[in-house]
Design a protein around this ligand. Structure first.
Ligand code: PLP
Length: 465
């Protein structure tokens, strides 16, 4: 294994970024006077400063300095139809023009239509809408604990379920043999974090052992059917089916966090394509068609913990803006659209994703840098729009578990985390932490643009190694 010192390259890239983007630099300086690190989401705050966006249409965005940027980040991987999808925007414009959309705190028929649609597409019996995945995973844990009367929650190392206290452990990888065991934020009481058990993703034996070790205190196991922030690693069907079986056998609930995967591979959850039915599932991101909406969906008897008949013992209050009408409308239009056009949308996304993964790998290979893109679900033929870049030290390195992709001994993590985004941004491509996704509005030309940008970035990186 060779480790590379990228500090000179990073200085060079930051200088070029400053030269090319003086307006974004100035706005960032102003932003830092009023906002922590200049923004409201850590992932958006590229070092030394992010491009300030003025326009976003389909697969492309434009910034204050006049750059047109190919956007693969696509709203935290939320957009399937690109930014500002016409089909959703037109409907919202009509609604706002008629005086509907910015009222709140009421119930209406629209949210019922959407709830029925979500239940039909996902197989859930009940759904409750929230404004974020973070809230949804938090409520799902409360439901599981209340329903089972148990307290331990199990998750996979590398799994990201939002910054909420119930699951803020085992997200970040720590070098030096620590791995994914640590607590990810200060401010959390140990009484809470002690009740979070962290297992190893895609490791059936470890899962069986870990569940056995917790025994009958296991309230739930929460898993992403494809680990997103943990490296865009598809769960094997074997692993998911075992998770289902073990949860059932031990009287625990299986929660599938489908925030990234829901409606991305077909109009439903990825778990369903593996034949796995969760007790609860979390949806969001794509679901909103560009608007903020998330949901907890699942078994009626579990969801009933939050209902009147059980004294609302789980305080699943939803929030002031839950089931916001503009979001409900956008989600209904989005789901209706992807269901009606599934035969075109999903094969297109799959083909674009595959072409992008190849374009990135080929471009880096030409410069002598080994790059591998995860995102595909090899054992299913559903295609995948996801593109996450890794730089393994050896061609035979398996990328099937998150410890592999975060371990500096196995992958060039510094290149992926510290260098890639800036190296591509100065080539007018936006990826965040090497994560990206194709949207239906991308095309062949964009794949070519991505390949060329990666080629130039790769040559530059190679010169500094
Ligand atoms: C798998 C997963 N769960 C939960 C969340 C949190 O969702 P939100 O950002 O909407 O709070 C995310 C966000 O990236 C996610 O990827």
């Amino acid at each position: 294994m060779t480790t590379h010192d990228y500090s000179a390259l990073l200085t060079d890239l930051a200088d070029e970024h400053r030269r090319r983007s003086p307006r974004s630099a100035a706005i960032h300086a102003e932003a830092c006077r009023f906002m922590i690190d200049g923004g409201s989401h850590t992932l958006r705050l590229l070092d030394p400063f992010p491009p300030r966006i003025t326009e976003a249409h389909g697969g492309w965005i434009a910034d204050e300095d006049g750059h047109r940027i190919l956007d693969l980040w696509q709203g935290h991987l939320a957009n399937l139809l690109g930014h500002n999808p016409e089909v959703v925007g037109d409907e919202l414009a009509r609604a706002f023009a008629s005086g509907f959309g910015a009222q709140s705190g009421l119930v209406d028929a629209l949210q019922v239509e959407l709830a029925a649609l979500v239940c039909r597409l996902t197989g859930a019996e009940r759904v409750r809408f929230t404004t974020s995945g973070t809230l949804s995973t938090m409520y799902s844990v409360l439901l599981a604990r209340s329903f089972t009367g148990r307290s331990t929650v199990m998750k996979a190392g590398g799994g990201w379920h939002g910054a909420q206290p119930m699951l803020l452990k085992g997200v970040a990888y720590r070098d030096g043999g620590v791995g994914f065991g640590g607590v990810d934020s200060t401010g959390l009481p140990t009484a809470l974090t002690d009740r979070i058990a962290v297992t190893r993703y895609n490791d059936p034996q470890r899962l069986a052992d870990d569940i056995a070790a917790v025994g009958d205190d296991l309230a739930c196991l929460i898993l992403e059917p494809m680990l997103g922030a943990g490296g865009t690693i598809a769960a094997t069907g074997e692993y998911l089916r075992l998770a289902r079986e073990l949860c059932t056998r031990h009287g625990a609930l299986l929660i599938l966090d489908e925030m990234i995967t829901g409606f991305r591979f077909h109009p439903g959850g990825l778990g369903a394509l593996h034949g796995v039915e969760p007790d609860l599932a979390i949806y969001g991101k794509a679901l909103g068609g560009g608007m903020p909406v998330a949901a907890v969906a699942g078994r009626a008897d579990v969801m009933a913990e939050a209902g009147r008949a059980k004294g609302r013992r789980v305080a699943f209050s939803g929030g002031t803006y839950s089931a916001h009408p503009a979001s409900m409308l956008a989600a209904r239009v989005f789901l209706g659209h992807v269901e009606a056009h599934a035969g075109e949308i999903y094969p297109r996304l799959g083909a674009l994703g595959a072409a992008m993964r190849s374009a990135v790998e080929d471009a880096f290979a030409e410069a002598g840098i080994l790059a591998r893109c995860t995102g595909a679900v090899d054992e299913l033929d559903c295609g995948s729009s996801l593109v996450t870049v890794h730089f393994p030290h050896h061609p035979e390195t398996s990328l099937a578990t998150p410890d592999a992709v975060f371990d500096p001994a196995r992958c060039d993590v510094a290149l992926r985390h510290d260098v890639l985004a800036l190296a591509l941004l100065v080539e007018d491509v936006n990826l965040v932490l090497a994560h990206g996704a194709a949207a239906t509005t991308h095309g062949e030309g964009d794949v070519g643009f991505l390949g060329e940008a990666c080629r130039r970035a790769a040559r530059r990186i190679a010169r500094h190694r």
